[in-house]
Design a protein around this ligand. Sequence first.
Ligand code: HEC
Length: 299
Amino acid sequence: MRFNKLLLIFFIFSVGTRVSAQTWVVPDDQKGVVASFKFTPDMQKQGEQIYVKNCQSCHGQMGKDNWAKLTPPPGDLSKEKAQVQTDGELFYRITAGKVPMPEFRNILAEDDRWWVIAYIRSFNPKYVQPNPVAKAAFTGRIVTLAMQYSDPMKKIVVSATEQLKEGQTGPAAGVEVMLYVKRYFGSMQVGDIKTTNAKGEVMFEFPADLPGNKDGFVEVTARVNDPKSVMKTTPANAALAIGAKTDKPSLTDTRAWWSVRSQAPIWILLTYTLSVIIVWGFILYIVYSIMKIRKLSKG
Ligand code: HEC
């Protein structure tokens, strides 16, 4: 018994120290980062919509202190703990995330993240926005992908074009391309990463047995592999009729435990209805008996 208690105390202590040991450091060069535009009421409104969709489930409604009970606590972003931070610190935390908070780097565009900050700041009457700093012109590669299915070759051809100096476009060679297909849950990569040739092209073979929808359509996406985000890239999407035709009933089409009521297994419906009838019958029987006893006692 005593040993158990000791163990419990030790457990709580070790979990406690582990959680508090996770610090969320913002790099020094990120603290002074500011928006490249002045926040407007319109942006705050946009930011509110983004907040409701992406943040409210954990951080709760602004100013209501009704955040989700997570560890570490997300907290109400209208409160001092968040508001004393610089815009750069907020921007970094939203961009980088920290378990359980998702990394919003690829979920929200840069402007979206600033609009959320504009919204968060609208709850702080003392906030004065630092002067916006115009972003330096982007000097990296700006690459756009397009996708086509080549019937004779039975291959997906992805071609990459990039913007050249004189406002022209040309083939983008040496760009790493990844291919994904949409599945029930998320997407699945097909084949390996491939690098575009001098014509800016890569080809992907497609497994013939890959299941599509009932007409054999598969949703395919080609993306540039750019883990360090040094390029600006636009993916290509297409619904191609290259999958095997499948006609899977959805989860609620068949009778199953987890299904909607109209599709629940018949024996569950019967058992439920029967037990309701029996219980009510019993109650009515008791009421009837009591009334009979009263009648007898009066008579
Ligand atoms: C899955 C839950 C979750 C979601 C969704 C989420 N957050 Fe968080 N957030 C957290 C948690 C938990 C923390 C606390 C992390 C810590 O203190 O270590 C946090 C911390 C923060 C902080 C730092 C606050 C502080 O007091 O230092 C900011 C800023 C923030 N979140 C903004 C956002 C924004 C903006 C969104 C939506 C775009 C968002 N979060 C979405 C869970 C979430």
